[in-house]
Design a protein around this ligand. Structure first.
Ligand code: SAM
Length: 285
């Protein structure tokens, strides 16, 4: 069954009484070249297990199942259940868990369904309304996964793959660089989806760092600092950071200078090491 064929998808929908839910980010891939590329570039091969978030009709799930030993997918919409039973019937290495990925205990899921696998990868065409929260959940929970290969909105991909210390970077850029090395893989135009969204997309890959690249004394405080600093992206960070940590501005200016950071710096001018040094300085207070 060709799951990128519009006629096939419409037939499945009619047969099983399924209708798109826009609020769930249901834009399904209809470009046949994209899913095989995500699976290949996402490290799917024999001996590897894959986790997918959001199956749709199973178009990417199939490509993961062809290459990996096992696929576990989390899908929120139970209306897709009868469709998936039909589209994935030839695969006995796929298990679908129906639920909200944000509410799913992924450590427990891996322990229960993927124990024994030396390598686990995540591949997905993410629902755009929760791109950043899903990526940060996958990273912050320190799951035993080696990489995350996901399609996201092009603008989000640019932000995620920006360099920390350059204009395009944001709190999410610092977040992904803390745990991984991001890489832009390829662009996908809006006509590759049904229904077509109003934006283009891109596939990125995050290679998870085995050893932490940065070890601030207090990781929670590090992220509090990053979020406070980027709460006013184009402005000097001294104001929001002083307010967040209740440190008088004169004292914070001295802390910044002692870390080699200008007192007038904007958040996008700081490197990862600068955030780590400032976070340590604040945690010593
Ligand atoms: N993988 C399919 C494809 O490429 O055609 C579908 C991708 S579509 C962009 C996103 C999918 O994620 C939809 O199937 C949607 O129902 C599902 N989804 C949305 N929110 C979710 C959530 N919180 N947890 C799990 N799945 C979710």
């Amino acid at each position: 069954m060709e799951l990128t064929n519009i006629g096939t998808i419409k037939e499945l929908f009619t047969k099983h009484g399924f209708a798109f839910t826009k609020s769930l980010g249901q834009n399904f891939l209809i470009n046949p070249s994209v899913c095989p590329k995500i699976a290949e570039m996402g490290g799917c091969k024999a001996g590897v297990a894959a986790i997918e978030i959001g199956t749709g009709v199973g178009v990417l799930t199939k490509e993961l199942a062809k290459r990996c030993d096992k696929v576990v997918a989390v899908e929120i919409d139970t209306g897709l259940k009868p469709i998936l039973e039909e589209t994935l019937s030839e695969f006995d290495n796929v298990e679908i868990v129906f639920g909200d990925v944000m509410e799913t205990d992924l450590h427990a899921l891996i322990k229960e369904k993927l124990s024994g696998f030396e390598e686990i990868v995540v591949c997905a065409n993410l629902p755009y309304y929760i791109t950043s929260p899903v990526i940060m959940k996958l990273l912050e929970e320190k799951l035993p996964i080696s990489c995350i290969t996901v399609m996201v909105q092009k603008e989000a991909a640019d932000r995620l793959c920006a360099k920390v210390g350059e204009r395009d970077c944001g709190a999410i850029t610092v977040g992904v660089n803390f745990y991984s090395t991001p890489k832009m893989l390829f662009r996908v135009n809006r006509g590759s989806f049904m229904p077509a969204p109003n934006v283009d997309s891109a596939v990125i890959r995050l290679d998870i760092s085995r050893q932490p690249k940065y070890t601030p004394k207090d990781e929670k405080l590090f992220f509090r600092l990053v979020h406070a600093a980027f709460s006013q992206r184009r402005k000097q960070l001294i104001n929001p950071v002083s307010a967040e940590f209740r440190i008088p501005k004169t004292e914070l200016a001295e802390m910044l200078i002692s870390c080699g950071i200008k007192a007038t710096a904007r958040p996008e001018e700081l490197k990862m090491e600068d955030f780590a040094a400032l976070s340590d300085k604040i945690s010593e207070k």
